[in-house]
Design a binder for this molecule. Structure first.
Ligand code: DSN
Length: 411
C-alpha cells in the first residue's frame, strides 16, 4: 500500500480504517464474507485495464490471449462446481444478472411469480419500486402461518395467473425450498423456472444443501456471499437457453465485462472446488443452527420457525421490545454488524422494521465454530437488553475485539 499512501492519503486512511473495522469487528451480515488474499490479488490486478466485449475466442477487441484464459477457467469451474450445462460469468452483480435473465426469456407484460420481499424474497424479484416490475407483471407469493411456502397455494396461484416464469430465491428466507415440488408446478402450467441462489450458492457449492441447478432452467447468483468470491454475478442455465442468456448479457444489457472480477472469480471457484470448502460450508450450517437454538433460548422470536441455511430472521420488536434499527445500532456499538430487516407483512417501515437478519458465513470463514457462536448469541442478547447502559456496552465491545483478534481475517 506504500504507493497509495504516498499518492492519496485520504483514500489510504479510509482503507486502513475499513481494514481495522473488519479486523476488530464481527461481520454478521448474512450476505457478506471475507475473500482470500489470492482473490484480492486477482481483483486488484492489471486485468482491470482491459476491455473484452464478447466471449472467450469471440471478442470484439484484440489482445485477449490472457482474458480468454481466465474467463474460460471461471466458466469451466462454475460448470463443474454446480453441474451446470452452461455458465456466463460476466454479469456485474445479482440485480443485473436477474434483469438479464428476465430479458432473455420474457417479453414486456409477461407474468412472473416471485417471492414477496417481506417474506424473504428480494427487491429484484418484482418489488414495485424496481424497473423489472415496471416492465413485467410480477405476482408475489408468500409464506404461510407456519413460515413455510405452501406449495398447494403456489400451485393454485400458478394455475390462475399462468406465469411465463416461476422464480424461486430469497435474501432473508431461511428454509430449504422443495426444488422438485416447485419445478413440478411450473411444468404443470408450462412456466420457465428460475432460481436466484445468491444467498445459498456457497452452501450448494460445498454440498451442504442439495443442488437445485439440475432442476431449474435458469439459475442466477452473486459471487460474493456464501460463495466467498469477489463482488459479481453469474447466470447458469440449460443449454437450451445458453444463446439467449449470452446475448442478453452482451450486447443486450452490459458492455465490457470486468475482467479483474472474472479473474478473481476463477480463483474463488478454484477454492470452492477444494475439499476444505466442503468443511467450510457444513460448518456454516452447524453455526447457524447453534445461533438459532441460542437465540430461541434467549426468547427471540425467529421467523419461519428457525433456519436450514446460513442465517436467521428475528422479530426483535415483538420479542425484545427493540426495533430493527435500534438493534442494528446497539450491535454496531459493540462491533457486531448486522442489518435491520422487514419480517413477513411487517407493520413497520423498511428503514425501521421489526426484524433483524443475522448470518454466519463471514465469522465461519474466520474459523469461528459452535463455541464462539454461543458467546456471540449471548452478547447479542445482553447488548439488546442493556441497550441504554453505555458502560456495559463498552465492556462488551472489548470482549468482541478480543475474540476477533483470536480469529483474524484470511491471511
Ligand atoms: N444486499 C443483498 C443482501 O444483503 O441480501 C442482496 O441484494
Amino acid at each position: 500500500m506504500a504507493k497509495l499512501k504516498k499518492q492519496d492519503i485520504k483514500v489510504y486512511k479510509a482503507l486502513q480504517g475499513e481494514l481495522k473495522r473488519q479486523q476488530e469487528g464481527m461481520e454478521l451480515i448474512a450476505s457478506e464474507n471475507y475473500v482470500s488474499p489470492a482473490v484480492l490479488e486477482a481483483l486488484g490486478s492489471v486485468f482491470t485495464n482491459k476491455y473484452s466485449e464478447g466471449l472467450p475466442g469471440k471478442r470484439y477487441y484484440g489482445g485477449q490471449k490472457y482474458t480468454d484464459v481466465v474467463e474460460s477457467l471461471a466458466i469451466e469451474r462454475a460448470k463443474k462446481l454446480f453441474g451446470a450445462e452452461h455458465a456466463n460469468v460476466q454479469p456485474l452483480s445479482g440485480a443485473p444478472a436477474n434483469m438479464i435473465a428476465y430479458s432473455a426469456v420474457l417479453s414486456p407484460g409477461d407474468t412472473v411469480l416471485g417471492m414477496d420481499l417481506s417474506h424473504g424474497g428480494h427487491l429484484t424479484h418484482g418489488h414495485p419500486v424496481t424497473l423489472s416490475a415496471k416492465i413485467y407483471r410480477f405476482v408475489r407469493y408468500k409464506t404461510d402461518a407456519s413460515g413455510l411456502i405452501d406449495y398447494d397455494e403456489l400451485e393454485k396461484m400458478a394455475i390462475s395467473e399462468k406465469p411465463k416464469l416461476m422464480l424461486a430465491g430469497f435474501s432473508a428466507y431461511t428454509r430449504q425450498i422443495d426444488y422438485k415440488k416447485f419445478t413440478d408446478i411450473a411444468q404443470k402450467v408450462g412456466a420457465i423456472t428460475m432460481f436466484d441462489i445468491a444467498h445459498i450458492a456457497g452452501l450448494i457449492a460445498g454440498k451442504a444443501i442439495p443442488n437445485p441447478v439440475p432442476y431449474f432452467d435458469i439459475v442466477t447468483t452473486t459471487t460474493h456471499k456464501t460463495l466467498r468470491g469477489p463482488r459479481g454475478g453469474m447466470i447458469m442455465c440449460k443449454e437450451k437457453y445458453a444463446q439467449a442468456i449470452d446475448k442478453a448479457v452482451f450486447p443486450g444489457f452490459q458492455g465490457g465485462p470486468h475482467m479483474n472480477n472474472i479473474a478473481a472469480l476463477a480463483v474463488a471457484l478454484g477454492e470452492a472446488l477444494k475439499p476444505a470448502y466442503k468443511t467450510y460450508a457444513k460448518q456454516i450450517i452447524k453455526n447457524a443452527k447453534v445461533l438459532e437454538q441460542e437465540l430461541k433460548k434467549y426468547g427471540f422470536k425467529l421467523m419461519f420457525g428457525g433456519t436450514d441455511n446460513h442465517m436467521i430472521l428475528a422479530d426483535v420488536f415483538s420479542s425484545k421490545g427493540a426495533t430493527g434499527k435500534e438493534t442494528e445500532k446497539v450491535l454496531d456499538e459493540i462491533g457486531i454488524t448486522i442489518n435491520k430487516n422487514m419480517i413477513p407483512d411487517d407493520p413497520r417501515k423498511p428503514m425501521d422494521p421489526s426484524g433483524v437478519r443475522i448470518g454466519v458465513p463471514a465469522i465461519t470463514t474466520r474459523g469461528m465454530k459452535e463455541k464462539e457462536v454461543r458467546l456471540i448469541a449471548g452478547w447479542i442478547n445482553k447488548a439488546i437488553e442493556n441497550r441504554e447502559n453505555k458502560k456495559f456496552l463498552g465492556e462488551l465491545k472489548k470482549e468482541v475485539i478480543k475474540l476477533c483478534k483470536k480469529f483474524p481475517l484470511p491471511k
